[in-house]
Design a protein around this ligand. Sequence first.
Ligand SMILES: [Zn+2]
Length: 342
Amino acid sequence: METLDYIIETIQTLVNIPSPSGFTKKVMEFVREEAEGFGYSCEMSQKGGLISTVEGRERETIGLSAHVDTLGAMVRSIDSNGTLRFTMVGGYTMHSVEGSYCKVHTRDGQVYTGTILIKSSSVHSYDDAKTMERTDRNMLVRIDEMVESREDVLALGIDSGDYISFDAEFEYTKNGFIKSRHLDDKASVAVILGMLKEMSENKLTPKNRIKILISNYEEVGFGASWIPEDIKEILAVDMGAMGDDLNGSEYKVSICAKDSTGPYDYDMTNRLIDLAKENKIDFVVDIFPHYGSDVSAALRGGHDIKGALIGQGVHSSHGMERTHIKGLENTLKLIKAYIELK
Ligand SMILES: [Zn+2]
């Protein structure tokens, strides 16, 4: 299978495995099986992140990261009428999840389907259906069960603290658009797996040893706060922000010079820009005004490292996201140039 076909297929698989931050065991198993299948060894960190090692031609160790956790929610309480109130996992607007199909995952492994709704959910009945403020206090989960009371819901095994995942609604269009929730950052995880596939099939090795960190708490800010001590520099692969005055595009790879956590390493960012130019990769240099990455988490975790951030542009990020196969291809090319495959 061609690498890009594999990447698209893998995105589809990944987005359909529910994995809000901290609920990532199942999705990690999938990533681990893929990486091991290509012949790369894997280990888990205590907090459930995956570290896969690729031996290089030289002894220096660099890091590559992407996160497999997504936005989601958790049951906050059960109302007397049998609907659920929820608390957010990660940062998003209520408008972006209103109407979304979801799943409630009980701690004993049962899964119930439902829908995220505003309390005044029908124009036929509520005067304030249009105007009710979209805040978490005014939102609810309607589960697809015949429940009328809090007790009915408890009897199903649902309780406060159960995870809620949002259905992805993946679609791949004929002209190369990938529409889905959770492209942040499962698209990048798939790109990295695609790269491993290519390396394994063509017996290519990178210049330096690479420790690939697939993190599982990025959306809540402490994804890669710990990284293996031998990593001297790390490249985070995460979605490129788009919109307003930003340069980002679904067809290009963004090289982020600064986000809201601060500037990325000057020399490393310059090197990535040079590599993109030399290899005729379609790229933009950009500023992400409301953004933090696994590099920010690692720096805040106290690591003395150089860090940079790249990724395909994702439209309407943390909402109904979309990217394009060209953006994935440009990101893959830039990672390959960065690790100096031979
Ligand atoms: Zn992300």
